[in-house]
Design a protein around this ligand. Structure first.
Ligand SMILES: Nc1ncnc2c1ncn2[C@@H]1O[C@H](COP(=O)(O)OP(=O)(O)OP(=O)(O)O)[C@@H](O)[C@H]1O
Ligand SMILES: O=P(O)(O)OC[C@H]1O[C@H](OP(=O)(O)OP(=O)(O)O)[C@H](O)[C@@H]1O
Length: 207
């Protein structure tokens, strides 16, 4: 049996994704002590996990150092990497929307959009025929309209709490997001038995 290297996102997605693998019948330690270890070997299952930043999962998979990975659709849409998307796990669901201060219109000449997702935002505004200036930020995106840096933000909404607590309102829904199982195209051919088995088992656990 081939060994499978799985790139797992640390943070929000990890627990749900790991739980799904347990439900799919993989013999993994129930309590993953969240040590500082970035690589976890599970010899009984011939699985090795690498724990990475969510944004980096597709990088490891595209380069083939991980055979498969679990990544948010937001990250996949933003990066457009050469990976196969095998299954929608329907976990860590949220959506991407535009938001801003209430009752405001966008500056007509060069509206400014703050976001962690420059490609998604640019594609969206191009699609609706708006020419915008993108301001890329790495977090706390909601600050941008509050302090006059941008007319709108394009960001993830889950409960809506961050928008609300910062006095912002949602303007346009852009796209739904959930976590996906992705594979390196070469691994998919070379380790097809293992990967197809994994997909079949996970498919049964999708809720
Ligand atoms: N409320 C949410 N905010 C952000 N991402 C969410 C949310 N709900 C689900 N997700 C999913 O989780 C992923 C981000 O996970 P997480 O927040 O752990 O990482 P991150 O914010 O990119 O990492 P870091 O803050 O460590 O740089 C997203 O790519 C998205 O698919
Ligand atoms: O609708 P909600 O449930 O409030 O979730 C949405 C918020 O969560 C994420 O931020 P995160 O906590 O990752 O912080 P950061 O982007 O500032 O790092 C996202 O960028 C929103 O700000």
């Amino acid at each position: 049996m081939n060994e499978l290297t799985i790139a797992m996102p640390k943070g929000r997605i990890f627990d749900e994704a790991y739980q799904m693998l347990l439900e799919a019948g993989f013999n993994l330690p129930e309590e993953v002590e969240m040590s500082r270890k970035l690589m976890l070997e599970i010899p009984e299952e011939k699985i090795r996990f690498i724990l990475s930043k969510p944004m980096d999962v597709p990088v490891y998979v595209e380069h083939g150092v991980a055979d498969i990975g679990i990544a948010g659709k937001d990250v996949l849409l933003e990066q457009q990497r050469e990976v196969h998307e095998l299954l929608d796990l329907k976990i860590s669901t949220c959506y991407i929307a535009s938001a801003g201060l209430p009752n405001t219109t966008m500056n007509e000449i060069a509206p400014r959009i703050a976001t962690k997702y420059p490609n998604i935002a640019m594609k969206y505004y191009k699609g609706i025929g708006e020419q915008v200036e993108i301001i890329e930020l790495n977090g706390s995106i909601e600050l941008a309209p509050m302090i006059g840096l941008a007319d709108r933000i394009v960001d993830i909404v889950s409960t809506g709490r961050t928008l609300k607590e910062n006095g912002l309102v949602e303007y346009e829904f852009i796209t739904d997001v959930s976590s996906r199982l992705i594979a390196n195209p070469v691994s998919y051919r070379m380790k097809s038995d293992r990967i197809i088995d994994l997909v079949k088992r996970l498919k049964k656990c999708v809720k």
